[in-house]
Ligand binder design. Structure first.
Ligand code: BTN
Length: 242
């Protein structure tokens, strides 16, 4: 897989929406960047707030054969972001399934949407990363951070993007070759494994055992190890999810 074409918009509703609306014409490896998003969204249809010029917001389209392990893509993207952030001498962690945190605050989120055909799938990988944000909206300021806040330095957004695309190609090629060793990084850098978490849906506390071969969370429930099938988790000392 190689990144083929990069299209940049000054202002657009959402880079994921753009890809969905232009799926046929766009080739695999297309990257859509927005300097400003007016209707960015995250998982569970949550609003994704971004700041013009300071938040890196983009989506990658890959068209590939249909596989059962599509859930791994969110994990390899999380690892790509984590490895890129580490190049800036910060120490991020992954809050399964799709958040990257620094000092317990969210710096980046991933939204993967799959458009499934009979034998193939279009995977839309939406990524938002707070790069040069100095402050945040009052609704998220206690739970969001940026590369600037963590390093006290302005970073070049294009340089960050290129490093991230390089890392993404590396881990996505591993995935295509059925090499899932990136999951070890997810496990090592997980901020949930070994902790008690709160499941919002069933409103219970459970212990996180690990991440399985398909990138799913393994939890201990009533003494039994089971795959967590829901969407949302939060650390039990912090009931508000981000
Ligand atoms: C999340 O935290 O739940 C995921 C956030 C993903 C936001 C990105 S920004 C680029 C792309 N376009 C969108 O509308 N969403 C994703």
């Amino acid at each position: 897989m190689v990144i083929r074409k990069v299209i940049t918009f000054e202002k657009i509703d959402s880079t994921n929406i753009y890809i969905k609306e232009n799926l046929e014409q766009l080739e695999s490896g297309s990257v859509i960047i927005a300097n400003q998003q007016t209707n960015g969204y995250g998982r569970l249809s949550r609003i994704w707030l971004s700041e013009k010029g300071n938040t890196l917001t983009f989506s990658i389209l890959v068209k590939q054969a249909l596989r059962k392990d599509l859930g791994l893509i969110t994990q390899l993207v999380a690892v790509s972001i984590l490895k890129t952030l580490e190049k800036y001498n910060i120490n991020p962690s992954i809050k399964w399934p799709n958040d990257i945190l620094v000092h317990g605050k969210k710096i980046s989120g991933v939204l993967v949407e799959n458009i499934i055909g009979e034998t193939d799938v279009s995977v839309i990988i939406g990524i938002g990363i707070n790069i040069n944000n100095k402050t945040f909206d009052s609704t998220i300021c206690d739970k969001a951070t940026s590369l600037y806040i963590e390093t006290k330095q302005i970073s070049d957004i294009n340089t960050f993007l290129n490093l991230l695309l390089e890392a993404f190609e590396h881990y996505y090629n591993q995935y295509l070759n059925k090499d899932t060793s990136f999951l070890d990084i997810c496990r090592e850098k997980s901020c949930l494994i070994g902790k008690e978490i709160y499941l919002e849906k069933s409103q219970e506390k459970v212990f996180v055992k690990g991440i399985d071969y398909q990138g799913r969370l393994l939890i201990l429930k009533h003494g039994k190890e089971v795959v967590y099938s829901g969407n949302e988790v939060s650390l039990s000392n912090n009931y508000r999810s981000i």
